[in-house]
Write a protein that binds this ligand. Structure first.
Ligand code: PBG
Length: 331
């Protein structure tokens, strides 16, 4: 019997004592804020399934960027919502495409704010897949062609780095993408630009609102031939191992909430920084309930983000970044 010698409540007796023995903390430095940039002028259109998140045209981006920086957030993740889509996703790698232009602007306004570029084709392809589609004439099988997609993804990453992106974050889940992108960046003289790999990305229903926002729902089939099966965790180690071997600088787990075990596992098994992506439906669920008055949004959000850190995340990509940074200042 340990009671009453061991009394765990002793260290919970006051706020000061609790803060002294606190194991995990949250700060604005932990967050990356995702933004959806779009063509046109005067566009500030709220995404229906993500209240508080907007499509922004470049003329309205500056104010947003300055606000993010003033809150102490160190990085934004840029997603492009282009006007034009085609089979090969050519707007993804055009020098004057939306993300490339947005990147140049952000670096002009706030040179110290890090720009993370999401390297994928799905917002830019007419079919909505993350790579190039190929039909095998012999078998009639239609799928994303891994190696042909790599070429375009490398072009995309290099054009993003040329525009000034500080971190390249490939989210396409092709095999060998970290190696290909690393080699392409090095060859173009961007050997100093880190790769934040979406190493463990599950084929998840939690991306639903994002696909509304980015207009990137696949027009046929699904992403299960390239994104991971939610049932698997040993496979997550294989994915991370190959990315480490290929030169990844950071490892991401996505989504976060239903995959906290995977975050913990990667933290224990690898010594690279672990990034958790608190994805769109994780945001929308909390927002919807908060709008009904069913929960205390601030408390729920801070507890959730803290939970991700406690699980092992060093960095969290979250649509709550601005709110959370503000709430942390008020504490
Ligand atoms: C692009 C990409 C997706 C997300 C980030 N990058 C969508 C997808 O894979 O379908 C999802 C982000 C979110 O849900 O917040 N491949």
């Amino acid at each position: 019997m340990t009671f009453p010698t061991v009394r765990n409540r002793r260290l919970r007796a006051s706020a000061a004592l609790r803060s002294m023995v606190r194991e995990t903390s949250l700060s604005a430095n932990d967050f990356i804020y995702p933004l959806f940039v779009t063509e046109g002028t005067g566009v500030r259109e709220e995404i229906a399934s993500m209240p508080g998140v907007y499509h922004l045209s470049l003329d309205l981006l500056e104010e947003e960027i300055r606000e993010v920086a003033s809150l102490g957030i160190q990085a934004v993740l840029l997603f492009g919502v282009p006007d034009h889509k085609d089979e090969l996703g050519s707007e993804a790698y055009g020098n004057n495409s939306i993300v490339q232009r947005a990147t140049r602007k952000v670096k002009e306004w706030c040179p110290d704010l890090l720009v993370v570029a999401d390297t994928c084709l799905c917002q830019y392809t007419s079919h909505g897949h993350c790579g190039v589609i190929r039909r095998d004439e012999r078998t009639g099988r239609v799928d994303v062609d891994n190696d042909a997609s790599l070429e375009l993804l490398v072009k995309t990453a290099v054009s993003q780095a040329e525009a000034g992106a500080d971190i390249i974050a490939p989210s396409n889940m092709m095999d060998g993408f970290v190696h290909a992108i690393r080699a392409g960046l090095d060859e173009a003289g961007f050997e100093h630009v880190p790769v934040m790999s979406y190493s463990v990305k599950y084929a998840s229903a939690f991306y639903g609102p994002f696909r509304d926002a980015a207009h990137s729902t696949p027009q046929f089939g699904d992403r299960k031939t390239y994104q991971m099966d939610p049932a698997n965790v040993r496979e997550a180690v294989r994915e991370a191992e190959s990315d480490v071997a290929e030169g990844a600088d950071m490892l991401m787990v996505k989504p976060a909430l239903a995959y906290m075990d995977v975050i913990r596992l990667l933290k224990e098994q690898f010594d690279l920084p672990v990034v958790a992506y608190n994805v769109s439906a994780e945001y929308s669920m909390v927002k919807a309930a908060a709008m009904q008055g069913w929960l205390d949004e601030r408390a729920i959000v801070l507890e959730t983000l803290l939970g991700m850190k406690r699980a092992g995340a060093d960095i969290i990509i979250t649509y709550f970044a601005k709110d959370a940074a503000r709430w942390l200042q008020q504490r």
